[in-house]
Design a protein around this ligand. Structure first.
Ligand code: B12
Ligand code: SF4
Ligand code: SF4
Length: 341
């Protein structure tokens, strides 16, 4: 099965039982503590579905968990100091991973059927109500680091997860040991202190996370959180950039993840029309922010960089019909002015 997965483009693969989620209590506690912020898809009627993968495929007996590397030979956000440019996080540089992984898993299911005969299956990538990291850990793909990412000893953490729920009984793998040890680089590097202590280690408070603000949050970002966002335009890589397990992380061989845009000019981004935004980021994860959210993020990044040349583009954004964009641009203009005079 692992060899088949590799042929289908997955560097990592393993099997977990399609049994009720061991970590569900942890999930409930996380949600009850408010850590899901406004991500309703984590708290609404879909929340109980996460308790058991058989809610997604009643005949499921096993979960084939796969990992696909997306690391490319380009700098880390922690090495990036170009003042008039902003950061798009690594996972969003190329094609949208949902489609790439889905295609690979369809191939995997077809190849497995040639060997095992017909069986029922269902593909999950990110959006399904399934605790992906929990099952991937049980399938031996890695341990859950203090940055809450799944980390593989050889592969680091720059990989996406996907799951093929199957009605076949496959022998399960075993979870690897936790290899974070006494390290706490991610905790110390997080600019917004979003990795917070938890009874069994650390957890992520989305209400403080740059990735949440720039990708998931709709509407205004609380003023006191804006400075910590720095020049992040979409997502955040810091807690993975500093992780020692990513120092020698292997590169992806898949051209789908070759960078299209990773450090765009802020002035150019502020001037994009909606049509240009769509055309530029079509087929990449960046479209999730939507045009208004993207411009809001541009305004925050400009306010944090506070360069003289940002005044004109910010004045234009301050006249936007979108009240959130306009308010963020006014906030950024005030910062540019106070930095100049
Ligand atoms: C909501 C979400 C977010 C939210 C919240 C993140 C979070 N940490 O929960 C936000 C928007 C902040 C986010 C950010 C990112 N995300 Co995201 N996200 C998700 C999503 C849709 C759900 C995650 C979830 O259920 N969170 C709730 C918490 C409680 O769950 P959890 O952190 O996974 O923890 C569970 C287990 O890991 C386990 N557990 C946790 N700690 C420990 C410790 C021990 C010792 C044990 C035994 C178990 C355990 O218990 C928890 C179950 O309750 C998943 C896809 C999915 N369906 O799972 C992708 C997913 C987790 N994201 C992913 C990615 C790539 C990212 C970003 C890197 C994107 C970016 N560059 O900005 C960042 C990383 C930020 C970070 N440090 O986590 C990948 C992670 C791949 C990997 N190698 O880990 C996933 C799996 C998507 C995918 N299919 O590839 N994400
Ligand atoms: S993604 Fe960024 S803001 Fe979120 S926990 Fe990691 S370092 Fe902190
Ligand atoms: S930086 Fe250190 S503590 Fe954080 S996930 Fe990596 S190894 Fe674990």
């Amino acid at each position: 099965m692992r060899a088949l997965a590799r042929e289908c483009g997955f560097e990592l693969a393993g099997v977990a039982r399609a049994a009720p989620a061991e970590d569900i209590a942890r999930y409930r506690q996380w949600v009850e503590a408010g850590n899901a912020a406004e991500m309703r898809y984590l708290t609404d009627h879909r929340a109980p579905i996460r308790e058991d993968p058989r809610h997604l495929l009643p005949s499921a007996r096993s979960i084939v968990c796969v990992g696909k590397l997306y690391q490319t030979p380009w700098p880390h956000s922690t090495e990036f100091h170009d003042e008039d440019r902003a950061w798009i996080s690594r996972y969003a540089w190329g094609d949208d991973y949902h489609d790439v992984l889905r295609r690979g898993m369809e191939q995997l299911a077809a190849r497995m059927a040639l060997l095992a005969g017909p069986f029922e299956w269902k593909i999950c990538v990110d959006t399904a109500p399934l605790l992906e990291r929990s099952y991937a850990r049980l399938a031996g793909l890695g341990w859950i680091g203090k940055n809450t990412c799944l980390i593989n000893q050889q592969g680091g953490s720059w990989f996406f997860l996907g799951e093929l729920l199957v009605s076949l009984d496959l022998p399960p793998d075993a979870p690897p040991p936790d290899r974070c040890g006494t390290c706490r680089r991610c905790i110390d590097a997080c600019p917004t202190v979003a990795l917070v202590p938890h009874s069994t280690g650390f957890t992520l408070d989305s209400r403080l996370c740059i990735s949440y603000f720039t990708i998931e949050q709709r509407g205004a970002v609380a003023e006191e959180m804006r400075a910590g966002i720095g020049a992040h335009l979409f997502g955040c890589d810091i807690c993975q950039d500093v992780c020692p397990w990513n120092r020698r992380a292997p590169m992806t061989g898949d051209a789908a993840f070759a960078p299209r845009h990773f450090a765009p000019s802020l002035a150019e981004m502020a001037a994009l029309t909606e049509g240009e935004f769509r055309a530029m980021y079509r087929g990449t994860p960046v479209t999730r922010a939507r045009y208004a959210g993207f411009l809001r993020n541009v305004a925050i990044a400009m306010g944090n960089r506070a360069l003289r040349e940002f005044r004109a583009p910010l004045e234009k954004l301050a006249a936007s019909d979108d009240s959130v964009v306009a308010e963020h641009a006014r906030w950024a203009l005030a910062r540019c002015r106070s930095a100049l005079y």
